[in-house]
Design a protein around this ligand. Structure first.
Ligand SMILES: Nc1ccn([C@@H]2O[C@H](COP(=O)(O)OP(=O)(O)OP(=O)(O)O)[C@@H](O)[C@H]2O)c(=O)n1
Ligand SMILES: C[C@](O)(CO)[C@H](O)COP(=O)(O)O
Length: 230
């Protein structure tokens, strides 16, 4: 699809991972996590344009990965911002007007499956906006600062939201502009779209599409990869 742009956000510092090296560059089976992620998108025929957003000091490094791993669909590597939202915004600005749809994905979700990327894309084309998600398995409680339980939301209505998330490029750009004006900081792009009243559909994905965030996620990631190999 020549009217689809993919933004892979990978400009975070990975503070919760507590490693010296930013987590997206940690190697799993001799390959940086970010490269595992990019390969998932590179292999999909519907995807032609991938823009990667990285830390300002890492642009050269990531360009070298693009060469080394033959990631020819990566059209540009650009510097991100302080918050994830700022990095997404830089990604949005990097596309020309010919791009109608934009798919946002975290550079540290390397296990996203092709079928789920495509089902998210199809749902967005049908409904206007779609995000990959899984139903919550635990009981979730609202808790105050004193660690007192306030309430228990109905689990049937709770989904853990993942990426990819797919929107119209113009619509998402507008939502980001509004958030910047109003100083709204969202942890995902759907949240910004919600603030401008967009209707967003959830697409069921799977529990292995983890965001590698803390050291235990790295152990689980190694396990997933070893299972894929056997
Ligand atoms: N300023 C930022 C912050 C985050 N991200 C990206 O957004 C994704 C999800 O963010 P998260 O897992 O929270 O990554 P970090 O911000 O790196 O982690 P932490 O919050 O632990 O520092 C990651 O691919 C991360 O690189 C980004 O592009 N720009
Ligand atoms: C976008 C996201 O991955 C959806 O689960 C998540 O919200 C990112 O949040 P974080 O605060 O950057 O971990």
């Amino acid at each position: 699809m020549s009217n689809l742009g993919v933004v892979i956000v990978s400009a975070g510092k990975g503070t919760r991972m507590r490693t010296k090296q930013s987590k997206q560059y940690i190697e799993l089976q001799n390959k940086p996590i970010l490269v595992h992620t990019l390969e998932q998108f590179q292999k999909i025929s519907e995807i032609e344009h991938i823009h990667v957003v990285v830390g300002a000091d890492d642009v050269k490094l990531v360009k070298s990965y693009v060469e080394q791993y033959h990631l020819h669909k990566v059209a540009c590597v650009i510097a991100g911002g302080k918050e994830r939202q700022d990095s997404v915004y830089e990604g949005l600005l990097s596309f020309p007007e010919t791009i109608e749809w934009v798919m946002i994905h975290d550079g540290v979700r390397p296990f996203v499956k092709e079928e789920h990327i495509l089902s998210c894309l199809r749902k967005a084309e049908e409904k206007g906006a779609a995000v990959l998600a899984v139903p919550v398995k635990d009981t979730i409680k609202m808790v105050n600062e004193k660690k007192e339980v306030l309430s228990t939301p109905d689990r049937k209505q709770l989904w853990a939201i993942q990426t990819p998330q797919v929107f119209g490029l113009k619509e998402l750009k507008k939502a980001h502009d509004y958030a910047r004006e109003q100083k709204i900081l969202g942890t995902d792009d759907a949240m910004l779209m919600e603030t401008v009243g967009a209707s967003i559909h959830v697409v069921p994905g799977d529990y292995q599409n983890i965001k590698i965030t803390t050291p235990d996620d790295l152990e689980f990631a190694q396990f997933i990869l070893s299972k894929q190999e056997s």
